[in-house]
Design a protein around this ligand. Sequence first.
Ligand SMILES: [Zn+2]
Length: 135
Amino acid sequence: MTVVISPTLRRLVVRQAGHRCEYCLLPEAVALHRHEPDHIIPVQHGGVTDPTNLALACLRCNRYKGPNVGSFDPLTNQLVPLYHPRLQVWDQHFRLVGAEIMPLTPEGRVTVRLLRLNDPDRLAERQRLIEARLL
Ligand SMILES: [Zn+2]
């Protein structure tokens, strides 16, 4: 579903995100593709297009997230909502250990798995950014 996001709203989303992906922390300035405003709760699930429901996401995070709002926790097999950047704090659900994003909670676990935050190419990219002091 295509939703038009005004330049003003996009700037607000980028600013509230600190100019980086709110899931994997990739700075927009070093990304090959412009980050995108992600509907945390997708429009098809009743999500609204306003700052309370928009997060800045890199292309890969946004593609892997797609219209999902949750997944099954690999530890408990319980249905768990994805990490919600507007209602939750990244540091309480994830920890950066080296280049790896370690989940700390069920929401963290389903988000790391669904968004493939630790795929080998993403780990290698994150490691290069850490070494360049860009992350
Ligand atoms: Zn990302």
